[in-house]
Design a protein around this ligand. Structure first.
Ligand code: ADP
Ligand code: MG
Length: 679
């Protein structure tokens, strides 16, 4: 028998069964063996005395009376009294009235269901006639979608494993299985489909999780190796003394994390391979100065640098910073955006081409076809997720394999970052500059809005400014959401004649948004009512008060991003979450926000509460789907697998020896060896 034979070749699988299996995507014996259950149910016998209320149980019992059946509409309810050990209890079954014929007084049955301790009732899910059979303690639950009956499916599976299970090749080398005490392929398949006990299931799962994660990491590491070897870049020989001298001129000492990242970046600059690095750092962690040091290093080596930001305001803010640092030392910085006048633009483009401009800052305007550099060596993209892959590629292609750094303020737990951005190196600034004041965060009920406004007004009176964040911009029938327009009108009335209220939302044109943001940053608007469009990275240090309406509607990562708009200056800042969460999870989110200002801690909490799929957003995540592995719970295994993969792809043995052939095959199947690229 071959594993590639059709299932119909198994004894007792007729045309009808074969068709049913085909509808589940099972055509060959191999398909069948790889059809894993989505969970295992525990049918070990329990003693009712020790079973807590509402817990699932399986018991053996004797039927004590003739069952009674009642109907409500089409639904039936069967009730029978049984004796389970010393307990005389009732069993209730819904829509299984046909059992009445079988349940004769004196019969021994096995019942599984939920134990209602108070009423002494089991609400049953399964009743089997006779005492409990051996070897049925842990039943796999397959997604059979009303096709083949479970008992029959198991018979077919048993036959498939007996006759062809040994033909499924072992993929893991013996020494790795030894090292991590992993089951062999055959033992693990047995553990998935016919586990002896809970530990058997657990060990089987461990093995498949490791195997999946290793195969996945091998793909990533092999890709990186291919890239390293095939894609040359430029070795940027910067002047270390000049760079050090520049760092000396800064008004503050770099944090330990900033120093570490500066070193990582400069090492990459010097290497002949192209840099492809992601810099993650919480809001306010000081990414800009790190970027500036990198750009300056490239300039000292005779290259040009580019810094692209998603909005004009951000680009201008960067330009302001860089002018302050670089004008005194004769480094030419220019800015190019949609609003650069034609004549100025023409001049900038010419000087850029001649190499007279050292660093060009800008928005999407940087990727216009007529923007040509003389000698672009280093490209930085701020808030990288705001740009598409294509836009980032266009900018990169304006140089000869320039080094590339992406920056993001979205904290992603380290383990996930390694996975999600597998093809990039990751640098993390996980430390805030000293002396930063923690943002004081409070969780309040919506009915306490009055008190919140009083506190807000105290801040305004002290000369500070405030944000008011609302989830949606217009009233919706479905969602009972306070909308920005309405709040804007209310606050305008409330503060009438005293403070200026502004409104910002997604339906404004780019021009209008810009105007509103500018008025706010110049202090002409005191309270800014806004949806979540309020720009990431915008710096209005005088804003010290933020209220977030319907905060329970936001994920932790987003709440944290929003909160990062305050706490940027010398004054103590406050964030009030107005929320009446209904779920425990919602309450936990609010509590977490009040407990920490650390974006990485919150990201981990968020991940724990929501799972990796939701964390990244289902579609755009780009995260691989695994059969068994779960990136949240198996992150340790992921790290182990990554280290093994790094070691393996660098070893001769992996590429040559027989015991690695099955793992190499997974690479071939993924097209990695033909030089496929993720980026
Ligand atoms: P982000 O990482 O959010 O882009 P910024 O680069 O805008 O953060 O830095 C936030 C603020 O912290 C800026 O005002 C900057 O001058 C200041 N800053 C950066 N690094 C340090 C440091 N090492 N010590 C003190 N202040 C710093
Ligand atoms: Mg920034």
């Amino acid at each position: 028998m071959l594993i590639t034979e059709p299932v119909a070749n198994l004894k007792g699988v007729g045309k009808e069964t074969a068709e049913q299996l085909a509808s589940l995507g099972v055509h060959t014996i191999e398909d069948l063996i790889w059809m894993f259950p989505y969970r295992h149910e525990d049918f070990t016998l329990k003693d009712l005395t020790e079973t807590p209320h509402n817990e699932k149980v399986t018991i053996e019992a004797r039927v004590e009376n003739i069952p009674s059946v009642s109907f409500v509409g089409k639904k039936s309810r069967l009730t029978v009294t049984v004796l389970a050990g010393r307990h005389l209890i009732k069993v209730v079954m819904f829509n299984q009235h046909y059992l009445k014929q079988k349940l004769n007084p004196g019969a021994i049955i096995t019942v599984s269901g939920k134990w209602d301790r108070g009423r002494q009732v089991i609400v049953g899910t399964h009743i089997k006639m006779g005492p409990k059979q051996d070897g049925t303690d842990f039943e796999p639950v397959y997604s059979l979608r009303n096709t083949v009956k479970l008992a029959r499916f198991k018979k077919i599976m048993r036959q498939a494993l007996d006759e062809a299970g040994h033909l499924i090749p072992e993929t893991l080398p013996a020494y790795l299985r030894e090292q991590y005490k992993l089951l062999s392929m055959q033992e693990a398949l047995e553990g998935v489909h016919f586990p002896r006990d809970p530990n058997h299931v657990k060990q089987a799962r461990r093995r498949f999780v490791y195997e999946e994660l290793l195969a996945f990491q091998l793909r990533i590491q092999a890709l990186r190796k291919t890239r390293r070897e095939s894609e040359y870049g430029q070795s940027i020989q910067y002047d270390v003394n000049k760079v050090r001298a520049f760092i000396e001129t800064l008004p503050y000492e770099l944090t330990g994390a900033q120093k570490r990242v500066v070193n990582e970046i400069s090492k990459d600059l010097k290497l002949p391979q192209r840099m492809n690095r992601l810099l993650q750092g919480d809001v306010g962690s000081g990414k800009t100065v790190v970027a500036a040091i990198g750009l300056y290093a490239a300039v000292t080596a005779g290259y040009q640098g580019a810094l692209m930001a998603p909005t004009e305001i951000l680009a201008e803010q960067h330009a302001e910073n860089l002018h302050a640092w670089f004008d005194p030392i004769g480094v030419r910085v220019e800015i190019l955006s949609g609003s650069t006048k034609t004549k100025a633009r023409r001049e900038i483009l010419q000087q850029l081409k001649d190499g007279d401009i050292d660093i060009l800052i800008g928005t999407h305007a940087l990727i216009q076809p007529d923007v040509e550099f003389k000698h672009l060596g280093f490209v930085i993209t701020d808030e990288q997720h705001r740009f598409g892959v294509e836009q980032r590629r266009v900018l990169r292609d304006k140089g000869e394999h320039p080094d590339v750094l992406f920056m993001t303020a979205t904290p992603i737990p380290r383990t996930l970052a390694i996975t999600a951005f597998g093809e990039m190196d990751v640098s993390i600034i996980d430390e805030l500059p000293a002396g930063r004041k923690e943002i004081e965060t409070h969780w309040m009920k919506h009915e306490q809005l009055g008190a919140v406004l009083t506190k807000m007004e105290m801040e305004l009176r002290a000369g500070r400014q405030a944000y008011m964040i609302c989830p949606l911009i217009e009233e919706s029938d479905k969602l009972d959401v306070q909308n920005a327009v309405e709040v804007f009108e209310q606050l305008s009335t409330y503060f009438y004649g005293r403070y200026q209220v502004g409104l910002m939302h997604g339906r404004l044109s780019a021009q209008e948004k810009d105007t509103v943001m500018r008025e706010f940053s110049e202090g002409r608007i005191h309270v800014l009512v806004s949806t979540t469009v309020v720009e990431v990275g915008v710096n209005v240090p005088n804003a010290t008060f933020m209220t977030i309406y319907d905060a329970e509607r936001f994920g932790l990562a987003q709440l944290h991003q929003l909160r990062g708009r305050v706490g940027r200056g010398e004054h103590q800042s406050y964030c009030v979450l107005l929320a009446d969460p209904k779920t425990e999870e919602g309450k936990e989110r609010m509590m977490s926000m009040t407990e920490t200002n650390d974006g990485f801690k919150l990201a981990e909490k968020d991940l724990e509460l929501r799972g990796s799929g939701d964390f990244f957003g289902k579609k755009q995540s780009g995260l691989p789907e695994f059969k068994m592995a779960d990136l949240v719970h198996d992150y340790r295994a992921l790290d182990v697998a990554r280290q093994d993969a790094v070691r393996l792809v660098e070893s001769e043995a992996f590429w040559q020896e027989e015991e690695y052939a099955p793992l190499r095959k997974t690479l071939e199947e993924a097209g990695v060896l033909e030089g496929e690229r993720i980026d």
